[in-house]
Ligand binder design. Sequence first.
Ligand code: BGC
Ligand code: NOJ
Length: 813
Amino acid sequence: MQYGYFDDDNREYVITRPDTPLPWINYLGCQEYFGIISNTAGGYSFYRDARLRRITRYRYNNVPFDIGGRYLYLRDDQSGDYWSPSWQPTRDALDDYSCRHGMGYTTIGSTRLGIAASTRYFVPLDENLEIWQLTVTNRRATPAELSVFSCVEFCLWDAQDDATNFQRNFSIGQVEIEDGVVYHKTEYRERRDHFAWFACSAGLAGFDTQREAFLGPYRGWDKPLAVERGAASNSEAHGWAPIGSHHVRMVLQPGESRQVLFVLGYQENPKDQKFDPPDSQIVNKRFARPVIARYLDAANADAAFAKLRAYWDGLLSVCQARTPDIHTDRMVNAWNAYQCMATFNMSRSASFYESGIGRGLGFRDSNQDLLGFVQMAPARARERILDLAATQLPSGGAYHQYQPLTKKGNNDVGGNFNDDPHWLIVGVSAYLKETGDWSILDELVPYDNQAGSEQPLFDHLRRSFRYTLDRLGPHGLPLIGRADWNDCLNLNCFSDTPGQSFQTTTNKEGKVAESVFIAALFVLAAKELAAIATRRGLGEEAQTCLDEAARMDATVRRHGWDGDWFLRAYDDFGAKVGSKECAEGKIFIETQGFCALAGIGLEDGLARRALDSVKERLATPHGIILQQPAYSRYYLNLGEISSYPPGYKENAGIFCHNNPWVMIAEAMAGNGANAHDYYSRINPSAREPISDVHRCEPYVYAQMIAGRDAPSFGEAKNSWLTGTAAWNYYAITQWILGLRPEYDGLRIAPVIPDAWNGFEATRKFRGVVYNIAVRRAGPGNRVSLKVDGRPVEGNLIPPPAGRTEISVEATIG
Ligand code: BGC
Ligand code: NOJ
């Protein structure tokens, strides 16, 4: 069953009924001002940091799930009937409804009783504001007397404090109203130099800024008193809950349309120019006023929208493909790349499943996100790498996250995850391969943001590498620390107290538990570091890296192979995790995929055997399960993984993040049919026809799909912010389609299904457009290339000097 369809030409997903199984959302903004918007206009906005600079309020754990947002109400002033053109919050019947989520914008349209309303929400590039462009049309045969009410509820900036510290917060709310613009200035009188504003392009019949005055006592968003009676009360908020609401009246003749713009913005003033006049307590609006005036003008709003469209056309044009599979094309050409932008911007901080107060930007997560993002905006990737590296600890270890506003690392979600440092090498190598910008390695970057500790970025990579060698366990495998990629494999935690966080509870010192996953990641990172060192003329250092990689490879074979697959770990007692010998959790996906990625077992068939075991034991029609059999009870020595009921999350859920590791491994082993088959099982577009089972958005990946041990097998959860986005993009574009940036050029190495005759693609790489046509001449994956009609040796094409465009014909078979 479907709730909409893809409009591929416009790169939109069109939702045709508002009651989707879960809120189906989109992101507004892609630089500093961000918003989340659902298909019924729910969601919230923030500036840079969802926790520390929340502009509008949102209540999680609410009923319905998605309530509170960017709401408009329409009222028929002749009959008194009123409704929400975005369906929520009044949920009145609509004669038609559509929500078009596009690249950086959402348009929600509907008709009720002959009154059509369509609202386009977007954030212009380079501005800290969002525009709601409402068009109301009278499709009746008679004139319509209408009222429009807008409403946002302001957050008192720190979303965590806002949701908890009521004894203070009920007394601090402040606003100003000038020329119909509502200025939200809570805490501006003291240490803040920022405020929010909410403006409307039409003349006002009234306004409200106090929530209770607008809603009326004991009423919710579905029955605001002001809307019911058709008049705002010009309330001025002192304390309690500041809102911004405009009331606009209009009379529309039959067939007539009227556009009204509502603009919500964020403004920072220079510290010494906060007030106007300077000795007053009145907000200085001199910097905000011209911005407000500009975007209340419909022509400027339209121009800003056109610029946003062009911006996305540019970003997406970096990699476009035309394959025999529509689901592949759709994800590669628009939605997967788009999701990669969201994960780059948000890491795991703000979605309908990440509250925006729980996590900042993750070290591991953000480095991996680069794999799917760097080709779109390399300069921003560069800045992110330097920010991440600046939080690295002198030991080479890492804070697990940093707060985007302060860019300082913290231990709020734990520390000592021993895989963390290597992801920096992975992120940097992705950047170098895409851009060839070797200068980044010479950038001076501090440790732990401490002035005076600056070293070239390359030194940070060295310390990442050493970090593991300094922490080897009894088998010579890396000690796991708090956990590795799998945050829930807590082998040193031994938590027996309810409510204790597995992420932050004090661990055992942990001199025994080892991770085969980190071993594989180490091998991969060491090889990348060797390649980088070689190109810096550090031959000896490169050799050391390769020697250590070879030693670890051998250790994995000796102590990390279980007969038919790779082990997962050794626990604190030195017992195997992920082995035939285990009663539960006999086989894990992570090491089967990642060992192959690192090149372990590719030549002697171990990887193939491991992949066959995955097929036999972990693969399901809904994707590949994390481990089997699921843990049926809580194990003190395993931690959070066994805290989840079987089939969910890390306990035998289909964790979509690591499915692409198996796809890549299959591609490396030469099996394009398997690789693409696994790709298709979790591809959200391919799952669109079962939206009633999948339930999350069909245009983006979810972190998890419930595994076969769960009663809701096939149901997705935690959509949008997941490493799944970057890894799937990387798997399909670089390993299956085989358009692979390497240090010295673009490699063309498709490993596609046997049933495909070929495909076409455009890839922009270091300033050159590669127009690529791949043709299958027979079975197999051997590639022969012609560049501009002339046969070339091998399949690596350095960007030719002085050219802006080349044509590449690849014959495979
Ligand atoms: C989740 C993990 C997540 C971790 C973040 C756990 O509860 O299961 O998926 O990585 O929290 O700290
Ligand atoms: C989600 C976290 O964001 C990520 O860092 C982790 O690797 C996975 N969960 C697996 O636990």
